[in-house]
Design a protein around this ligand. Structure first.
Ligand SMILES: [Fe+2]
Length: 557
């Protein structure tokens, strides 16, 4: 899919140019539709240095067309105000002197109305240019237009990110919109499926944009090349809020063992204890969304986490983040569908079901990879000032893939490389896990220095009581010791009063043990669980029951 009416070629007719004009008008209108719910007071706020005021965004994207198309190629073009070339230049040092990024919120003039006049002025000139293009410059005009349109789409996503950050600073938690499309309501039947792992064999992969197939790509995707990718496993969906909450509850933010040094320093400096926008209200985690403050949907992909948090979770879970080559290997066979801005959720939503395919590769959340943002072999930046678009940022940033709920659907592709600094959290950024294939012996996970889980036969008698009624009594328990958790005793089923228990609807998944079934008493739910078909390394606990010490009395004598 592409926003382009048809691939560029060396021959152009008037119909093709008209189609480009219609596309230009559609993309420009989409920007204004995003800003329509804003009040004028919202347009001015710069809530942090990385956030630009909406007023600046809508002026800057107009400046891009003016600076790189109208001024060079429209004979007699008159700008509305020469000062705009400085105010709305983002970072193009070879074009002129950019206005300091962190001070964009200080520009109260031109006003919002002035900036909309500027947009209209540029649009009128662009229409005139495309309706009567100078023949000798048309190929270059269209090539720059082909960059200017996705540039504006990038800013549409940035606008939604920045509007969210701006409104989130307000203790009143105002909604950007109160008519967003709802996600799937989680019900027992539609609960997020257990995490599954998909196997990919080792092989030489073709990575990067395939120019022979046409279509637009940024310069940073160019240089299709071969890369050897070892066998790996990829999670069949992103990590959910519920899974991330388990990391939090296990003390994930308090244990330096999981964190990169820079990540741990950031956790301490920033006081992180949850993803951005999460707040605890009366013991329930809520998060700010573009629809206002709502309880966190535990089934939806976790969002607004940094690379550091994604990496720490992966360490804790005994897995890792995928490389971008692994991610692209998986994504290139996946249909380009998902929860994009067009779905109008403006928030990641739970997956409907698992079908054995990689789920939610596109849309919902940008997925952090473990790859640094660096040039591909053969990378050539664009000539002139536009060479500053991507290439000069190839230092100190990590790659994210797949687009998000704020990305236009026709803006994303499998080879698309987004990038942010590792501490950034205000993008719609989440992650999925990858891992090396399990080995035939020992724990399959990454921590080879010390097993995450060990099992120990317990010679002591273990009794389980509810009120004064004995539910289990055994001298043959297995004690499971897992990093970050209290020890659990798994009791043989024959020593448990199974007739008193019934299977509940609750099912959970642990990447280190497998799927667990839960058991309830008539008036006490989910007091015990068992792994009936655990992973190979955990066969010793198959069918045994462990009891929740918060709900029953556990006596170890
Ligand atoms: Fe820009």
């Amino acid at each position: 899919m592409s926003y382009a009416p048809q691939p560029l070629s060396d021959t152009h007719d008037l119909e093709q140019t008209k189609a480009w004009l219609r596309t230009y008008q559609r993309v420009r209108a989409a920007t204004e539709a995003i800003c329509a719910p804003l009040h004028k007071e919202d347009y001015m706020v710069q809530s942090m240095a990385d956030v630009s005021p909406p007023k600046w965004h809508i002026a800057h994207v107009s400046w891009f067309f003016e600076a790189f198309i109208l001024k060079p190629f429209q004979p007699g073009y008159q700008t509305l105000d020469p000062a705009y070339d400085h105010l709305f230049n983002s970072y193009y040092e070879t074009h002129g002197v950019p206005f300091p990024r962190a001070e964009r919120g200080a520009i109260s003039r031109p006003t919002v109305d002035d900036v909309y006049c500027y947009r209209a002025h540029v649009d009128k000139a662009m229409q005139a240019l495309l309706e009567n293009p100078p023949e000798e410059h048309l190929p270059e005009i269209l090539r720059r237009l082909e960059l200017g349109l996705p540039h504006e789409q990038q800013h549409q996503e940035l606008l939604l990110m920045d509007i969210k950050h701006i409104l989130a600073q307000n203790p009143l938690c105002p909604a950007y919109r109160d008519d967003l499309a709802p996600g799937l309501a989680p019900t027992p039947e539609q609960e997020v499926p257990p995490l599954g792992w998909l196997d990919y064999p080792a092989g030489i992969r073709e990575i990067g944009h395939d120019a022979s197939r046409g279509g637009f790509a940024y310069d940073n995707e160019m240089g299709r090349h071969r890369q050897f990718v070892e066998a790996f496993q990829m999670a069949d969906r992103p990590v959910t809020n519920g899974e991330f909450l388990a990391f939090m509850q296990a003390g994930g933010y308090a244990n330096p063992e999981h964190w990169l040094a820079d990540g741990w320093a950031t956790v301490k400096a920033e006081g992180w204890r949850a993803p951005l926008y999460w707040v605890e209200r009366d013991g329930v985690w809520h998060h700010y969304t573009l629809g206002g403050l709502v309880p966190v949907d535990l089934s939806a992909p976790v969002c607004h986490v940094s690379f550091f948090e994604a990496d720490a979770y992966a360490q804790w879970a005994g897995a890792r983040l995928p490389t971008e080559a692994e991610w692209e290997t998986v994504a290139q066979d996946v249909p380009l569908t998902g929860n994009f801005v067009d779905q109008d959720h403006l928030q990641p939503v739970a997956a409907a079901k698992a079908d054995g395919m990689p789920g939610q590769m596109f849309g919902d959340v940008w997925e952090w990879t473990g790859s640094a943002y660096r040039p591909y072999p053969g990378f050539r930046k664009l000539p002139g000032s536009l060479g500053e678009y991507n290439g000069k940022f190839m230092s100190g940033q990590m790659v994210l893939r797949g687009g998000c709920c704020a990305t236009p659907a026709d803006h994303i592709r499998a080879t698309y490389r987004n990038f942010f600094p590792p501490e950034a959290r205000w993008a719609f950024s989440g992650f999925r896990l990858a891992r090396d294939p399990p080995t035939s012996k020992g724990m399959p996970m990454a921590d080879h220095s010390e097993p995450r889980i060990t099992l120990h036969p317990l010679s002591r008698r273990v009794r389980v009581l509810v009120d004064d009624s004995v539910i289990a009594d055994t001298g043959n328990a297995l004690e499971l010791r897992e990093k970050g958790y209290p020890p659990r005793r798994y009791l043989p089923r024959g020593d448990v009063a199974m007739a008193k228990l019934s299977v509940s609807h609750t099912v959970t998944h642990c990447p280190f043990k497998g799927d667990s079934t839960y058991y309830s008493l008539p008036d006490l739910s989910d007091i015990a669980w068992s792994y009936d078909h655990p992973i190979e390394e955990m066969q010793a606990i198959a069918g045994r029951l462990a009891f929740d010490g918060d709900k029953v009395t556990l006596q170890v004598e």
